[in-house]
Write a protein that binds this ligand. Structure first.
Ligand code: PEP
Length: 241
C-alpha cells in the first residue's frame, strides 16, 4: 500500500475543512491517507476524519514548552491526538530559515513524543543544474537525521521534494525521482542498517491525479506528499485510489 500525505499549508477555513471530510466519505480509498491541516484546524480535523486517516502538523517546535511565542509544541500536538509532523519542508527552510541543525532538533523532539516525522529534503533548481542534487540531499539526511536516539519502525519517513517542483506544476520525471529515492535508500541504509532501508520514501512536487500512477510505479517511491492537489476532496480521493 502506498502512503498519500496531504499538506494543506496555510489554506482552508472551517467550512472548507468540514466540506472536505464530508466529501471524502463518499469515495473509496485504496491507499493509506494522512493529512496535515493548519495547526489551528487539527482539533476540527481530528473530530471529522475517518479513523483510518492520520492527522498531523506541518511544523513543530524543537522545545516542549516555555517562552516561545507562536510555536507549536510537539508535546501538545501529541496530547491533541496528532500522529505526525512534517519537518524541514522547503517553505520552512526557505522562508523561515530553518537549517539542517534546526530540523535535527525538531525531529528528535517530535520522535521523543512518539510522533511520526516526515523529514523533507530536496534540491533547488540552481543546485540541480550544478549537478549537486545527490550531495545536497545526502547532507540534508546526514545533518538532519544522524544521532536521532531511539525510533521505532514506521516512525521515520523521508519525503524527497525537489524545490523547483513544489507548487510550480513542474513534476520530476519518474526516472529523476527514482534516481534520488534510490540514493536516499542507500544513504539511510548506511546510517541505520535494515531500519534505515525500511524507511518509507515519499515523492513530493506537483503530484496530481494524472501523474501519480507513473511516479508510484517506481521501485523506491513508497508514496506521495501532496500540496495543491490535496485541497480538493475529489483530487485527494483520486490520488488515494
Ligand atoms: C508540498 O507542499 O509539499 C507540495 C509538494 O506541494 P505541491 O503538491 O503543490 O507541489
Amino acid at each position: 500500500m502506498k502512503l498519500i500525505v496531504g499538506n494543506w499549508k496555510m489554506n482552508q477555513n472551517q467550512e472548507q475543512v468540514r466540506a472536505f471530510f464530508s466529501a471524502l466519505k463518499s469515495g473509496p480509498r485504496q491507499q493509506e491517507a494522512w493529512l496535515a491541516p493548519q495547526a489551528l484546524h487539527i482539533g476540527l480535523a481530528l473530530s471529522l476524519a475517518p479513523h483510518d486517516i492520520k492527522i498531523g502538523a506541518q511544523n513543530s517546535s524543537e522545545q516542549d514548552s516555555g517562552a516561545f511565542t507562536g510555536e507549536n509544541s510537539p508535546a501538545t500536538l501529541k496530547d491533541l491526538g496528532a500522529s505526525f509532523v512534517l519537518v524541514g519542508h522547503s517553505e520552512r527552510r526557505q522562508i523561515f530559515h530553518e537549517t539542517n541543525v534546526t530540523c535535527a532538533a525538531k525531529t528528535k523532539r517530535a520522535l521523543s513524543h512518539n510522533l511520526a516525522v516526515i523529514y523533507c529534503v530536496g534540491e533547488t533548481l540552481t543546485e540541480r543544474e550544478a549537478g549537486q542534487t545527490l550531495s545536497v540531499v545526502k547532507q540534508q539526511l546526514r545533518q538532519g537525521l544522524s544521532d536521532l536516539g531511539g525510533w521505532h519502525p514506521g516512525q521515520l519517513i523521508v519525503a524527497y521534494e525537489p524545490v523547483w517542483a513544489i507548487g510550480t506544476g513542474k513534476v520530476a520525471t519518474p526516472a529523476q525521482a527514482q534516481e534520488v529515492h534510490a540514493a536516499i535508500r542507500t544513504e539511510l541504509k548506511e546510517m541505520y542498517s535494515a531500519a534505515g532501508q525500511a524507511v518509507r520514501l515519499l515523492y513530493g512536487g506537483s503530484v496530481k491525479p494524472d501523474n501519480v500512477k507513473e511516479l508510484m510505479g517506481q521501485t523506491d517511491i513508497d508514496g506521495a506528499l501532496v500540496g495543491g492537489a490535496s485541497l480538493k476532496a475529489t483530487d485527494f480521493l483520486a490520488l488515494c485510489q
